[in-house]
Structures are given as structure tokens and as C-alpha cells.
Design a protein around this ligand. Structure first.
Ligand code: NAP
Length: 327
């Protein structure tokens, strides 16, 4: 978002071995420590951070193939899309729908990154991390990551406790099967594609994202700013009475997932350019908040509050911010 104050120290961590001495250095000076990837999903407070930001640059890509099964271990600092590209080039399926997501591999388990029907929890075997509580490296199996819809223990109960150093994934030589998400189906139909490979789904997702989402290196944004809300059946029935035909999807636990972008559009919050805060919502995807000429995070938060309050009033839904606000 290109907002927020300064940190006292920013230190690159290039290997697992650099972690403990750097943390000891920070401890000696009683400095708080935060680890980040590339910061694509972070909003920094205006106050800045009187501590140390560790930038995870731990690289590595190890692979093992056993028949149709493909196991990879990836350094947390690897660019996520490079990882997707590499596995798709080998004909492997499991993360192709997670193409073109800005950020590092090690960040994907934090919020159980997901898109177009795949989420990292589907293929993640384990996470290797430094546990700041026990001061040891640990391997956490996927079953112990408390994954949920765009969430995990790393952003809830154990926020800030683990520094992820690498992730292990299990992919398979298989072809993706329909039905796909509407946008993907549309792309495939338009190009008259009837054979589905991981490479074709990657192409489709990249083409859709190019149209809907601005490149953060050019236009300051964090991608989707709000998570899609999940409401009870009862709440959904009430809303449906007022908005017949509203899009919705059942969740595995009997609730209903609603598209936040649709709610914003209904509330007239799409393509909204606010002169006072310098913030805007995109016309192609209202969930994306863009910094047009804001100078303070406080302005972004003011703009966000306006959206949250409007949606609360109109639908009785509390939208949740998806990017992390630090420190
Ligand atoms: P979209 O395709 O317009 O879909 C909007 C909403 O409808 C999402 O809640 C999506 O669920 C749901 N949906 C659409 N088709 C569905 C289907 N066939 N089955 C079940 N649910 C369906 O979404 P978008 O905003 O353009 O985003 C595209 C994809 O990127 C979505 O999957 C979105 O979740 C994902 N995304 C993820 C992150 C993140 O991980 N932080 C950030 C931005 C976007 P799902 O959300 O469950 O997919």
C-alpha cells in the first residue's frame, strides 16, 4: 500500500543458520522482532516499528518423484509464483489454481492461501519453522496447522510464534477436473478448450487475474482487502428474501459463503474514489482497495471503516480485513 512508518532495523535472513544469531542479537537489545516475506499482504501502522523486521529470503527447491506422486520442499523465501510455475512445467497438479499470487512460499500457510477451488492446505504436508517459544526448529504436520477458510494457527492462536523456514508439498501427476470456477469456465469456453491440464488452468487463472487485479508494483494495493464472509443459514435466508438470486455457496459445516465483492457492488461501493482519504475501490474488482494518493495508513483505515460500516448496516455482516495490520 506504500503507507506506514519506518522500522528501526530491517535484516535479510538468507539461511536457516542466520536465524538464531540474529534473534540473539535482537534479544540482547530487547528489540521486538517481526518476520515477513515480501510484505504483499501487510499494512504498516503510521507509528512505525521500534524493532527488527526480518525479511525471509531462505531459498531452496528440493524434489522427489515416486510414480505419479511428487514431493517438494521449498525455502520459505522463494517467490510463490515461481514455485507454481516450476511444478506446473513438470505436469504436476495441486497448486496450479494458486497462480500469480504475489508473495513468498513461506507465507502461504499463514492464511491458508486459496483461489479458484484450491487452497494450500490441500497439498501441504508440513511446515518447518523456528518456534520462538521453545527456541527450537520444529516440523509441524498439516493436520496441526488448524487450517480453515483463509486462516491457520499462524495467524490466530500462535500469531508471531513461528518463523516458517520451509514448506513441504505433495503434488500429483493428474489433470484438473471440471467444474471450475465461473471465470475459469468462461475462459476455457471462449477459447474452446476441452482438455484440462495444470498448465491450461494456470494460463486461465493468470489471464483472469491480469484483467481483474492491478500489478502491485505499479498500483499500490494488497489484493483482496476483505475475506468472503460466511453466515448462518438463518441469516442467509433473511438476506435472500430481500435480494433474491444473491450468489452463495454452501460450506462443509452447513453455513453459507457469500461473495464480499457482490456485497460491495450492491452497496454502491464499486469504483469509488474518495478525495478525502485518497483511497479507491477498483471497478474490475471492488474487493481491491487502491492507494491513489493517501499518505497515511490512518486514511486507509478511515476508508475501510466506511465500507465496513455500510456493509454492516445494509446486510448485518461484519466484513473482515484480510491483509495483516502490523505491528
Ligand atoms: P470469484 O471467483 O468472483 O468468487 C467470489 C466468491 O465466490 C468467493 O467467495 C468464492 O469462494 C466463491 N465462489 C465462486 N465460485 C465458486 C464455486 N464454484 N464454488 C465455491 N465457491 C465459489 O472471486 P474473486 O474475488 O475474483 O477471487 C478469485 C479467487 O481468488 C477466489 O477463489 C478468492 O477466494 C481467491 N482469493 C484469495 C485470496 C487469499 O487467499 N487471500 C485473496 C484474493 C482472492 P472462495 O473464496 O472459497 O474461492
Amino acid at each position: 500500500m506504500r503507507l506506514g512508518g519506518d522500522a528501526s532495523y530491517v535484516i535479510d535472513i538468507n539461511s536457516r543458520d542466520e536465524l538464531e544469531p540474529t534473534l540473539a542479537w535482537a534479544d540482547e537489545r530487547k528489540l521486538p522482532v517481526i518476520m515477513i516475506g515480501v510484505g504483499s499482504n501487510i499494512i504498516w501502522r503510521d507509528e512505525g516499528f521500534p524493532g527488527v523486521i526480518l525479511v525471509n529470503k531462505i531459498m531452496g527447491f528440493n524434489e522427489r518423484q515416486e510414480g505419479p506422486d511428487y514431493f517438494i520442499t521449498v525455502g520459505a523465501g522463494e517467490n510463490w509464483d515461481d514455485v507454481v510455475e516450476r511444478t506446473v512445467a513438470k505436469g504436476m497438479s495441486g497448486i496450479e489454481a494458486l497462480s500469480a499470487i504475489p508473495g513468498t512460499a513461506g507465507a502461504t500457510p499463514m492464511q491458508n492461501v486459496g483461489a479458484y477451488g484450491q487452497e494450500i492446505a490441500n497439498t501441504l504436508v508440513s511446515v518447518e519453522a523456528y518456534d520462538r517459544q521453545t527456541k527450537q526448529f520444529v516440523v509441524i504436520p498439516a493436520a496441526d496447522c488448524a487450517f480453515g477458510y483463509r486462516t491457520s494457527r499462524f495467524k490466530t492462536t500462535d500469531r508471531g510464534r513461528f518463523f516458517i523456514t520451509n514448506i513441504a508439498l505433495h503434488l500429483q501427476r493428474t489433470n484438473p477436473k471440471p467444474p471450475f470456477y465461473k471465470d475459469v469456465e468462461k475462459y476455457l469456453t471462449e477459447l474452446n478448450i476441452h482438455q484440462y491440464t495444470p498448465a491450461i488452468i494456470r494460463e486461465a487463472v493468470m489471464a483472469i487475474r491480469r484483467i481483474k487485479l492491478p500489478d502491485p508494483s505499479i498500483v499500490a494495493n494488497n489484493g483482496s482487502f476483505f475475506a468472503n464472509p460466511i453466515v448462518s443459514q438463518e441469516h442467509f435466508k433473511k438476506l435472500e428474501a430481500s435480494y433474491p438470486g444473491m450468489p452463495n455457496w454452501p460450506t462443509s459445516d452447513g453455513q453459507v459463503k457469500l461473495p464480499a465483492a457482490w456485497l460491495l457492488e450492491q452497496a454502491g461501493l464499486k469504483d469509488m474514489h474518495d478525495a478525502e482519504t485518497g483511497m479507491a475501490t477498483l471497478a474490475s474488482q471492488p474487493l481491491v482497495l487502491v492507494n491513489e494518493h493517501a499518505e497515511k495508513t490512518a486514511q486507509l483505515l478511515q476508508f475501510k471503516k466506511r465500507i465496513v460500516d455500510t456493509i454492516k448496516q445494509q446486510f448485518d455482516i461484519e466484513l473482515e480485513q484480510e491483509p495483516e495490520l502490523l505491528p
